[in-house]
Write a protein that binds this ligand. Structure first.
Ligand SMILES: NC(=O)c1ccc[n+]([C@@H]2O[C@H](COP(=O)([O-])OP(=O)(O)OC[C@H]3O[C@@H](n4cnc5c(N)ncnc54)[C@H](OP(=O)(O)O)[C@@H]3O)[C@@H](O)[C@H]2O)c1
Length: 170
């Protein structure tokens, strides 16, 4: 199964601005369009419980969502929302036969654990042309990806303001 991660960051590597959990207050419309397209073209998502709380209303109801939580046992399981505290490797094995791709929606803790464990195959990273200075950080320097064995395979300008989409693969 191919594991694809999607995120939007500021030029200084932040996923959020200060205490505001919603990237929509600073990310571009073009990133939103890309994100929605990626959601539409995948049927299996994985995310942390915090990201799920912030984004569940905007996720397609028909897609299967794996939500990581240490309280998975206490959470209501439905056919399309599966709370899990299992190891990532075990979760991937569980879905391997039924899905070709898994889309990883974040947040920071999930990105870091999965990158550290060498589980991500492809990264779609939108870089917005602004500095946020504080918030939740994905990386301190874009060399973070090279350090983890990723190579840049595509770079695309998304708008006139300088928003770019960069794609990394292992
Ligand atoms: N800019 C972007 O592209 C982007 C993308 C996604 C999210 N975000 C933002 O990032 C923030 C959330 O990031 P975050 O790092 O704080 O939270 P998160 O990764 O979304 O969720 C963290 C939670 O996931 C659960 N968890 C994590 N690893 C686990 C594991 N190995 N096993 C079991 N459960 C595990 C725990 O839930 P329990 O506490 O329930 O145990 C933990 O508290 C939000 O503000 C969100 O809007 C930004």
């Amino acid at each position: 199964m191919k594991i694809v991660m999607i995120a939007v960051v500021s030029k200084d590597g932040f996923l959020t601005r200060g205490d505001d959990p919603h990237p929509s207050s600073w990310a571009s419309e073009e990133d939103r369009f890309h994100y929605l397209n990626m959601l539409r073209s995948h049927t299996l998502y994985l995310m942390g419980s915090r990201t799920y709380e912030f984004s569940k209303k905007s996720l397609p109801a028909s897609a299967k969502k794996i939500v990581m939580s240490h309280k998975a046992n206490e959470m209501p399981q439905t056919s399309n929302v599966h709370f899990s505290a299992a190891a990532f490797g075990d979760i991937l094995k569980q879905y391997e036969g039924s899905h070709d791709t898994l889309l990883v929606l974040g947040g920071a803790s999930i990105y870091h654990q999965m990158i550290d464990q060498g589980l991500i195959n492809e990264i779609h990273l939108t870089v917005e042309p602004l500095l946020l200075h504080s918030g939740t950080r994905l990386f301190e320097h874009e060399s973070y990806f090279a350090h983890h064995g990723f190579r840049l395979v595509e770079e695309k300008q998304l708008n006139e303001n300088g928003t770019k989409l960069v794609i990394y693969r292992t």
